[in-house]
Design a protein around this ligand. Structure first.
Ligand code: NAG
Ligand code: NAG
Ligand code: NAG
Ligand code: NAG
Ligand code: NAG
Length: 305
């Protein structure tokens, strides 16, 4: 092949690729629009927030709550927080394949999470708090490896927390407080070493915590397990979670003594242990916690101040 042929071939390839890529972008932005229009049609929107704004005559990228990427011109964020929307979450959202952030918090979404959301492989933020979603937390959420923030507080999720969340290698915030989750906290949760905040406050979780729970938690800063039905001892390995600033274990059925290793948590600012079946003394090692601002040890048996 001489230089000229080669050049023309490359030019031809370049042109056909450009045309094809443009066509693909256009089709996909249209499919984003289609997905959002279907979504809108299925929702009750009493304040007409979307009704007059999400119209086919303006680009989807200009719609309220929608953000597009600069290079690919695809929908990358959907933020419909506090819009008084009501309905189930339709499967069409699973077609927004470039979505990085989905915030449907503070509305009246109810029902199950559609499995199509499991197709959103680029998703980093899933914020569904303050709705009436129910059913179990689906195990396919574990397929969304890039999720950093999983926030689904104040819903009515029931059943067990799925083991598969361990596949979320980038998870930093897991916030499921104020739900009706039950069963054990899966031991796999304690292997997600990227976690900074775990909040399971006010659920119906039972069983005990694994002895080695702090073996893999270099970054954990806040652990909220208060107001559940957890039992057994507070694992002595707790002292290895050495970035902890808030540890909330109150209002459970923990028993036994308070482990001395708590004195190793030198960054601790808040420690809640009250209303359990703990007994004995507060270990003097707690005196090492120079950052401590809040110590709750209400109703510990045999405690002498
Ligand atoms: C839709 O809402 C956005 C954001 O508030 C606004 O910039 C845009 O002009 C609105 N579009 C229409 C057609 O009302
Ligand atoms: C959605 O928008 C609200 C306010 O408009 C903002 O506070 C919130 O952080 C946004 N959500 C996300 C995930 O960025
Ligand atoms: C989008 O999602 C719906 C429901 O999940 C599906 O029926 C449809 O074929 C998908 N594709 C496009 C391009 O809209
Ligand atoms: C979240 O749920 C709890 C328990 O049902 C409730 O006390 C709290 O007020 C709720 N928060 C909001 C903002 O609805
Ligand atoms: C707590 O710190 C002491 C002294 O540095 C160390 O000997 C002990 O192994 C630590 N305990 C835990 C559970 O990390």
């Amino acid at each position: 092949m001489n230089y000229n042929t080669c050049f023309h071939l490359r030019l031809a390839l370049f042109i056909s690729c450009s045309v094809l890529c443009l066509a693909m972008t256009a089709r996909n932005l249209n499919s984003d629009q289609f997905a959002l229009l279907e979504f809108k049609d299925l929702l009750a929107d009493p304040q007409n927030v979307l009704a007059n704004n999400w119209t086919a005559s303006t680009s989807v990228c200009r719609w309220i709550g929608v953000s597009c990427g600069i290079i690919h011109e695809r929908v990358i964020a959907l933020n419909l927080t506090s819009m008084n929307l009501r309905g189930t979450i339709p499967p069409y959202l699973g077609n927004l394949s470039f979505l990085l952030s989905l915030d449907l918090s503070r509305n009246n979404f109810y029902g199950l999470l559609p499995k199509e959301l499991g197709q959103l492989h680029r998703l980093k933020i899933l914020q569904l708090s303050f709705n009436s979603l129910n059913g179990e937390i689906p195990s396919w959420l574990g397929n969304l490896h890039r999720v950093q923030r999983l926030q689904m507080t104040n819903n009515t999720f029931t059943d067990r927390i799925p083991q598969t969340l361990v596949n979320m290698f980038n998870l930093e915030i897991l916030n499921l407080r104020f739900n009706q989750l039950s069963g054990q906290v899966p031991s796999s949760i304690f292997k997600i070493s990227s976690l900074k905040i775990i909040n399971l406050f006010s659920n119906s979780l039972s069983g005990s915590l694994p002895n080695d729970m702090c073996q893999h938690f270099p970054k954990l800063e806040e652990l909220y397990l208060s107001r559940n039905e957890l039992s057994g001892n507070i694992p002595s390995s707790i002292g290895k979670c050495n970035n902890l600033q808030i540890l909330a274990l109150s209002s459970n059925q923990f028993m036994g003594i308070i482990p001395k290793s708590i004195g190793n948590l030198t960054r601790l600012k808040e420690l809640y242990l009250g209303v359990n079946n703990l007994e004995g003394q507060i270990p003097e090692e707690i005196g090492n916690l120079l950052s401590l601002e809040m110590l709750n040890v209400q109703a510990i048996k045999g405690l002498t101040a």
